[in-house]
Design a protein around this ligand. Structure first.
Ligand code: F3S
Length: 399
């Protein structure tokens, strides 16, 4: 990448580490055909676990911090590994596996984390909420697709480290989903189902079908589709395929602004009816293991406050059949824990926490645990068995 801006940066005699940041970003951008940098307004860090065996990431963070470099833009990070609320064996093994967690957190704070508790995959619920059109450097697939689609901001699915270097320099290479041309839809998805589709199942089906395409989804506006449902649908799309942006007719900002003009003329068509969704559901449920589950996990991606209230209400009236953890950002969890509803949830056998459940399932001993989840993301990446939300709630209440 060359050009007047880059030349100036390299000859201004900036401090060597900052220059290295630019060189890495420049090399990364060149791979994807970027010709210049764009101003970066927000940064979200993805590698939020202090894994005992990782060295190179710490070398980069230590060097940045030792030179007093900080993110120039709001910086948040993905959720922490589990520390409490899990069985003792996993707690002990996890403590060993993620033993550099304290070091990682203190480095991120020195590098400009907006709050010591800013660890969540829903940074937009805790103060790192970009505006329409802002260019960002985020690197968590569920957050990236939410920012692009629901907020109308612009970010690529960046590699870890690249997002932080963009935050530190305040600039990021301009390519991919940051450009108008690449935000056009190459799939028209026509949803014609007899009832409101499950966000996780629909998202999984779309992701599996369009892979890394940009879908324009028509038919969701027939129902009340909340933003948190778009969050869950997007998270599933991002893992079953590699979708970084979707448009939903009359719902998401760029679809509202452009209508079907945002579809490419040579777009493909995917039709989704009851049959297609039932088939996808069966595929997602295939992992279910016999026997009583040890744990149910709801909140991958982390729950919004409305979702937390909803699930807590649904689960606090009966003694739960399986211990259930609801996951949300630390700030949201803390506020919720001061309510009466939280006490009721605890009495029923549930609790609230803020970790990333994938980091629990990555603990080798956790394979012995039978885990149930309604998340199309957690069940895709781990041994956790999928159960759609209404069935999971009924099962947990013993109905
Ligand atoms: Fe968030 Fe971890 Fe799930 S980052 S989306 S809770 S896998």
């Amino acid at each position: 990448m060359t050009g007047p801006v880059d030349e100036r940066r390299l000859v201004e005699g900036r401090e060597e580490t900052l220059r290295k940041c630019y060189r890495v970003l420049e090399a990364y951008g060149k791979v994807y055909g970027a010709e210049r940098f764009a101003e970066c307004k927000s940064c979200h860090w993805v590698t939020s676990c202090g894994l005992r065996f990782v060295k190179s990431m710490f070398m980069v963070l230590e060097e940045l911090a030792s030179k007093d470099l900080k993110s120039r833009v709001p910086l948040t990070a993905n959720p922490r590994p589990p520390q409490t609320s899990i069985p003792l064996v996993e707690k002990l093994v996890g403590r060993y596996l993620y033993s550099k967690q304290g070091r990682l957190e203190s480095l991120l704070l020195r590098l400009g984390l907006i709050d010591p508790d800013a660890f969540t995959c829903t940074p937009y619920y805790i103060g790192n909420k970009p505006s329409y059109g802002d260019i960002l450097a985020w690197a968590e697939s569920s957050a990236v697709i939410y920012a692009n689609s629901v907020l109308g901001a612009r970010t690529n699915r960046n590699s870890s480290i690249v997002e932080l270097l963009s935050g530190v320099t305040g600039e990021t290479p301009l390519f991919g989903l940051l450009l108008d041309e690449n935000r056009k839809a190459d799939w028209l998805v026509e949803v014609k189902t007899s009832s409101k589709p499950s966000p996780f199942i629909l998202g999984s089906l779309i992701g599996k079908s369009v892979l890394d395409g940009v879908p324009y989804i028509a038919g969701l506006d027939r129902w009340e589709f909340e933003e948190y449902e778009l969050k869950d649908m997007g998270a599933a799309m991002a893992v079953w395929g590699a979708v970084g942006l979707f448009h939903a007719e009359d719902l998401t900002p760029e679809a509202v602004e452009n209508g079907r003009k945002i579809l490419r003329s040579d777009h493909k068509v995917l039709r989704v009816g009851d049959e297609e969704l039932s088939k996808m559901k069966r595929e997602m449920e295939a992992k279910a293991a016999p026997g009583k589950p040890d744990l149910a996990i709801i909140g991958c991606p982390h729950l919004s406050r409305e979702q937390l209230d909803f699930f807590a209400r649904e689960l606090s009236e009966a003694e739960l059949k399986t211990r259930t953890l609801l996951l949300a950002a630390p700030k949201i969890a803390r506020e919720f824990k001061s309510t009466k509803l939280y006490s009721k949830l605890r009495d029923a056998g549930g609790d609230v926490d803020s970790f990333c459940p994938l980091m629990l399932t990555n603990i080798p001993t956790s394979k012995r645990l039978k885990i149930l989840t309604n998340s199309g993301k957690l069940s895709y990446y781990s041994h956790a068995a999928f159960m759609d939300t209404p069935q999971l709630l009924s099962y947990l209440r013993g109905e």
